[in-house]
Design a protein around this ligand. Structure first.
Ligand code: URA
Length: 181
């Protein structure tokens, strides 16, 4: 990943930002791509949106690094923080697939449209896709708003909260199912 040149995003990155967290996490959050602070520090979600993500995690009793893994749809910063193009997302997809295969999370949470595109391989609108779960190779995927969107649209925080509660129910049900098998 660190030396990847599969798409144009390699040209302007400071460094690739692979992901961070518990390598055996039950929860895997997938964002869009690194911003400028992430590109500087090499860790996902360390800027303003990251602080909101940490608060969202805390609200459902989670903490970065503890049963949580955080990755992005693309590992290199899109210039001027533009949305990654679909072809950049598909060039980067093998890395995300490998991360999911290694972590084997119980639930995947797609934060925003590019993350949903990376996981579901189809364009969805968050408003239409949220509130239910999709499937990625047998792992449930819950789609919700990106924290940067929520910073601009705080009126939708309640919906994101409901989506995280759905993901939490899915994790609890799957753990109960695994325990009784
Ligand atoms: N936004 C993202 O989607 N990912 C990050 O790592 C930071 C901000």
């Amino acid at each position: 990943m660190r030396t990847c040149s599969a798409c144009v995003l390699c040209e302007r990155r400071n460094q690739a930002v692979p992901g961070i967290g518990d390598r055996h996490a039950s929860w895997m959050f997938v964002g869009e791509g690194p911003g400028s602070e992430e590109d500087q520090r090499g860790e996902p979600f360390v800027g303003q949106a990251g602080r909101l993500l940490d608060n969202m995690l805390a609200a459902i009793g989670l903490q970065r690094g503890e049963d949580v893994y955080i990755a992005n749809a693309v590992k290199c910063r899109p210039p001027h923080n533009r949305t990654p193009a679909p072809e950049e997302i598909s060039s980067c997809r093998p890395y995300l697939e490998r991360q999911i295969a290694l972590v084997q999370p119980t639930v995947l949470v797609a934060l925003g449209r590019p993350a949903a595109l990376a996981l579901l391989e189809s364009e969805v609108s968050i408003g239409a896709a949220r509130g239910r779960s999709f499937d990625y190779k047998g792992i449930p995927v819950v789609v919700t708003y990106h924290p940067a969107y929520l910073l601009r649209n705080p009126q939708d925080k309640g919906k994101a909260w409901a989506d995280l509660c759905l993901a939490r129910r899915i994790v609890a049900e799957r753990k109960r199912g695994a325990a009784s098998n």
